[in-house]
Design a protein around this ligand. Structure first.
Ligand code: AP5
Length: 217
């Protein structure tokens, strides 16, 4: 089992959904830059105030800012059994920085799982996503509905739509993905670190594809 894993894929590929299951099964610590940035926005910290304008438009937060928060977090996670990166890296510059940070901290290099999903499916997934305001649990009105409409199964908190899940912003996030993040596929393929899985099908089906890769290395 690889100790450090990157989930790579477009917005809405199911990275967060699968990260939760993978972390549970393999005891990895999930590091989601999107969650960290949203938390900073919620708390109104200087980082959050800087990040908000980018996130609202579906643009990437500048590399130096994101690399800085990951660097700090990795120091805290030095003794973790392994880290599951969800939403990081997103540019070649971030990927190079991650390689150096892992080396500096004497941590294992990453294995990368790329999740492929068509753009049309992504729009439906993201515009129908609902998240719990209290605990962050993830739902979909059609594909993964809560038992009681508008209420989180896990904690009873209210389900809301993310500010960047409207169709216009989702389309821009996809454009940004194709321009800035998809070059990572070549970067990791050349490094011999890339595995590719289909991200369509049920959540359980996608998990079993990822699981069969992780359990065989
Ligand atoms: P972030 O929070 O990372 O958003 P994202 O990458 O756009 O990914 P999502 O969280 O939208 O999707 P996901 O792949 O996790 O899918 P999920 O499992 O939720 O980033 C947000 C913003 O922060 C960025 O736009 C940027 O501004 C900034 N940012 C973050 N990291 C950054 C970085 N490294 N550099 C610079 N800026 C950064 O699933 C989506 C929906 O589909 C859910 O409703 C789910 O229930 C449903 N679903 C999941 N799997 C399936 C399935 N198999 N079938 C049907 N439905 C499914």
């Amino acid at each position: 089992m690889a100790k450090n894993v990157v989930l790579l894929g477009p917005p809405g590929a199911g990275k967060g959904t699968q990260a939760e299951r993978i972390s549970k099964k393999y005891g990895l610590v999930q590091l989601s830059t999107g969650d960290m940035l949203r938390e900073a926005v919620k708390k109104g910290t200087p980082l959050g105030m800087q990040a908000k304008s980018y996130m609202d438009k579906g643009e990437l937060v500048p590399d130096d800012v994101v690399i800085g928060i990951v660097r700090e977090k990795l120091k805290e996670l030095k003794n973790a059994p392994g880290v599951l990166f969800d939403g990081f890296p997103r540019t070649v510059e971030q990927a190079k920085a991650l390689d150096s940070m892992l080396e500096e901290e004497e941590l294992s290099p990453v294995m990368v799982i790329q999740m492929e999903v068509d753009d049309s499916e992504i729009i439906e997934r993201l515009t129908g996503r609902r998240v719990c305001e209290k605990c962050g649990a993830n739902y979909h009105v059609k594909f993964n509905p809560p038992q009681k409409n508008g209420t989180c199964d896990a904690c009873g908190g209210p389900l809301v739509q993310r500010a960047d899940d409207n169709e216009e912003t989702v389309r821009n996030r996809l454009k940004v993905y194709h321009q800035s993040t998809s070059p990572l596929v070549g970067y990791y393929r050349e490094a011999g670190k890339l595995r590719v899985v289909g991200g369509s099908g049920s959540i359980d089906e996608v998990f079993s594809r990822i699981d069969s890769i992780l359990s065989s290395v």
